[in-house]
Design a protein around this ligand. Structure first.
Ligand code: PXP
Length: 239
C-alpha cells in the first residue's frame, strides 16, 4: 500500500498573497486527514514564503497521521526541525528564485554537510529522507550519508511534453526505485504527480511506499472541495 501525504504549502501561499490569516493551512490539514490522507507535508523555506513557524508548531499539535517536514540544509531550519520532531524530515535543495523545488539534492557534491545534517536529525529521533533525481550515483550516495529513505523527484516525469518522453522518465524512475529498494532504502516519490499521470507512474515505478502530492489536489479542491479531491486521489492510489 502506498501512503498519500498531502503538501499544504499551497494553502499558505494563497493566505500570504492576501496578507490574511485565512485560508489556514491547519484547517486544510484537518480536512485532508478527515478525507483519508495518511499524513501532511510542509516545506518551511528559508524565506518563509508560504509556511511560517506558527504553522509548523500548530501542524505538529494538530496532525494525527504522519508529519513530513521538508527542509534545506540551512542550520536555522534544521534547528527548528529538531525542536518540532516530525516523523520524517525530507532534505531538499532550495533556491530563492525558484517557484518550487526544481530538482533533487546533489548529495555527491555535499557528502559532508548531508551526512552531518542527516545524523543530527536522526539523533533527535527523526527519520531522514533525501529528495533525489533518479540518478544511480546519487541514490548510492544516500546510503553513504546514512539516510534510510529517498523521495524520487518526479518533476521531469510530470513535465515531460510527449508520451515518449514521459515513458522514458517513468522507466528512469522505475530503475531508480529498484536500485534504492535493493540498497535497502525506503522509496517515496513526489513533485507534479496528479490524477492523470498517476496510472503511468504506478505502472512503471515499483516499491513506492509513500507519495507527497500537493498542487494537483489543492487545485482540484478549489472546484470540487477538499474532501472529494483527496478521496479521488486516495481511491486512484489504492487502485
Ligand atoms: N516533494 C517535494 C520535495 C516538493 O518540494 C514538493 C513541492 O513542494 C512536492 C513533493 C509536491 O509537489 P506538488 O505540489 O507538485 O505535488
Amino acid at each position: 500500500m502506498t501512503n498519500l501525504l498531502i503538501n499544504i504549502d499551497h494553502i499558505a501561499t494563497l493566505r500570504n498573497a492576501r496578507r490574511e490569516t485565512f485560508p489556514d493551512p491547519i484547517h486544510a490539514a484537518v480536512l485532508c486527514e478527515l478525507a483519508g490522507a495518511d499524513g501532511i507535508v510542509f516545506h518551511l523555506r528559508e524565506d518563509r514564503r508560504h509556511i511560517r513557524e506558527r504553522d509548523v508548531y500548530l501542524l505538529k499539535e494538530t496532525v494525527q497521521g504522519k508529519l513530513d517536514f521538508e527542509l534545506s540544509l540551512a542550520p536555522e531550519i534544521v534547528q527548528i526541525c529538531c525542536a518540532v520532531k516530525p516523523h520524517l524530515a525530507t532534505l531538499v535543495p532550495e533556491k530563492r528564485e525558484e517557484v518550487t523545488t526544481e530538482g533533487g539534492l546533489d548529495v555527491l557534491s555535499n557528502i559532508k554537510s548531508v551526512t552531518e545534517t542527516t545524523r543530527k536529525l536522526q539523533d533527535t529521533g527523526i527519520e531522514v529522507s533525501l529528495f533525489l533525481d533518479p540518478v544511480p550515483a546519487q541514490i548510492e550516495a544516500a546510503v553513504q550519508v546514512g539516510a534510510t529513505c529517498i523521495e524520487l523527484h518526479t518533476g521531469d516525469f510530470a513535465n515531460a511534453k510527449t508520451p515518449k518522453a514521459q515513458l522514458e522518465q517513468a522507466q528512469k524512475l522505475g530503475k531508480g526505485a529498484m536500485l534504492a529498494h535493493e540498497l535497502g532504502l525506503r522509496v517515496h516519490a513526489g513533485h507534479g504527480l496528479d490524477y492523470h499521470n498517476w496510472p503511468l507512474f504506478h505502472q512503471h515505478v515499483p516499491h513506492v511506499c509513500e507519495v507527497s502530492i500537493g498542487f494537483s489536489i489543492i487545485a482540484r479542491a478549489v472546484f470540487v472541495g477538499m474532501e472529494r479531491a483527496v478521496h479521488e486521489m486516495k481511491t486512484l492510489i489504492k487502485g
